[in-house]
Design a protein around this ligand. Structure first.
Ligand SMILES: [Zn+2]
Ligand SMILES: [Zn+2]
Length: 193
């Protein structure tokens, strides 16, 4: 689903397929706290106002959003961890989509199975209406950045890049740093169209 959504990410309704500002104008980044892993969501206005004061998590861990994550109003790096490898996809809540299908399946015997068709339509509309989200490849960061246009190098989801970061995460868990000898950095990734 992620790959499919990503592939369609560049053919959205807005020119260039970039993420557009949310209707409420709020730009946010959601990421796990590096200290305790709790989900946090910070407004990106702190970056735009150039006041990058760190904000504390419940656990006391301070997180300063990176000022260089935005260039000319577009996101070019992860504001939470600084990673430059990002991808974008439709901000479609799969949980909501699954719930719609589940309800339709339960109702199916009572609706001559028409509810399944309706559910498919509802999911399609929800998918069309959802905006873009930019996601950090780094594990476990995987920050979700909403309400900010994606920079020029932010492409669709790429499984090979994702696998590279999975390998990195495994090595970091084992106390190693950097890629192994066989696997270099995601080669052409930084010139991702
Ligand atoms: Zn924390
Ligand atoms: Zn990140």
């Amino acid at each position: 689903m992620a790959a499919g959504a990503g592939a369609d990410g560049r053919s959205g309704g807005d020119p260039g397929g970039r993420a557009t500002a949310r209707r409420d104008g709020k730009a946010t980044v959601a990421f796990p706290c590096p200290g305790c892993g709790a989900g946090r969501e910070l407004g990106m206005s702190t970056i735009e106002c150039a006041s990058v004061a760190p904000t504390a998590c419940r656990c006391g861990m301070l997180t300063t959003l990176r000022a260089d994550a935005l260039v000319a109003g577009a996101v070019v790096a992860c504001p939470a961890c600084g990673e430059a490898m990002l991808y974008q996809q439709k901000d479609f809540r799969q949980a909501v989509g699954c719930l719609v299908v589940l309800v339709a399946a339960v109702l199916a015997p009572f609706t001559w199975y028409l509810s399944l068709g309706v559910a498919a339509l509802v999911d399609l509309v929800l998918y069309r209406l959802s905006g873009q989200v930019v996601i950090c490849y780094r594990i476990p960061c995987k920050a979700h950045i909403r309400g900010v246009p994606a920079g020029p190098k932010v492409g669709a989801f790429d499984l090979s890049i994702h696998d590279y970061y999975r390998m990195l995460a495994r090595r970091e868990a084992a106390g190693l740093t950097g890629p192994d000898d066989q696997t270099g950095p995601p080669l052409d990734a930084r010139s991702h169209p």
